[in-house]
Design a protein around this ligand. Structure first.
Ligand SMILES: *Cc1c(COP(=O)(O)O)cnc(C)c1O
Length: 226
């Protein structure tokens, strides 16, 4: 058995108070999630809509759910009624669909803009050019039901710590540039979500405000269930 309660307490004790923990519960059971919940933790992250919907039904309603995985536009409507934050907004089209569904639900949806910082092509996210194109588009200002809270990124999966540090440093710089150029007077735009089990300490050193930690809390996931 894993010591989920012990793990989550010790991680939280060691995080700077300014850094928020998202407990990544993908592939983990209801009972495992409840074990973390019962320590008082409320913020959990899932990467698949179907799995999130199934779990949400069976768990307490005061959980703050973050979506952290690639989101298809046709699934946005299922999560908009309850989601606390969509961290993985990786296209202008997706942001527009979130805004439209949020308007129908009468909600404001907190979003992070995912930036592609890794070497791997498989990881999603905007390039800075795509980001500027979106932010300078004439219709961008009509998005009224999304709150842009900052940026999110995933570093390359590698043992090379210097490479990971450079990628996180680049994400911090992207955040600062966007803040200065487009969100100077926007008090909501303040988050940099970076850092997972293997690299969160490096991420915090580079200015992370949100870390997304799964396996250090819940134990390793089985290999075929990434
Ligand atoms: C799975 C996942 C995490 C957590 O990964 P661990 O290495 O288990 O901490 C964080 N962020 C995203 C986007 C993920 O998909």
């Amino acid at each position: 058995m894993h010591d989920i309660a012990k793990n989550i307490r010790s991680i939280k004790q060691n995080l700077p108070p300014s850094v928020k923990l998202v407990a990544v519960s993908k592939t983990k059971s209801i009972n495992e999630i409840l074990e973390a919940y019962n320590t008082g933790h409320r913020c959990f992250g899932e990467n698949r809509v179907r799995e999130l919907l199934q779990k949400k039904e069976l768990l307490p309603s005061d959980i703050e759910w973050h979506l952290i995985g690639h989101l298809q536009t046709n699934k946005v409507k299922y999560i908009v009624p309850f989601i606390s934050m969509i961290e993985s907004v990786d296209s202008y089209r997706l942001l527009r669909v979130i805004d439209a569904e949020a308007a129908k639900s009468g909600r404001m949806i907190n979003c992070l803009l995912q930036i592609h910082i890794a070497e791997e092509e498989t990881k999603f996210g905007f390039s800075m050019n795509e980001m500027r194109e979106m932010l300078e588009d004439n219709d961008f200002k009509f998005l009224k039901n999304v709150t842009l809270c900052g940026v999110m990124g995933m570093a390359t999966f590698t043992a090379n710590k210097e490479k990971v540090r450079n990628e996180f440093r680049y994400l911090s710089k992207c955040f600062n540039d966007l803040k200065n150029d487009y969100f100077r007077d926007n008090k909501h735009f303040k988050e940099i979500s970076m850092g997972m089990s293997g690299d969160f300490e490096i991420a915090i050193g580079e200015g992370s405000t949100i870390v997304r930690i799964g396996s250090l809390i819940f134990g390793e996931r089985s290999m075929n269930k990434k």
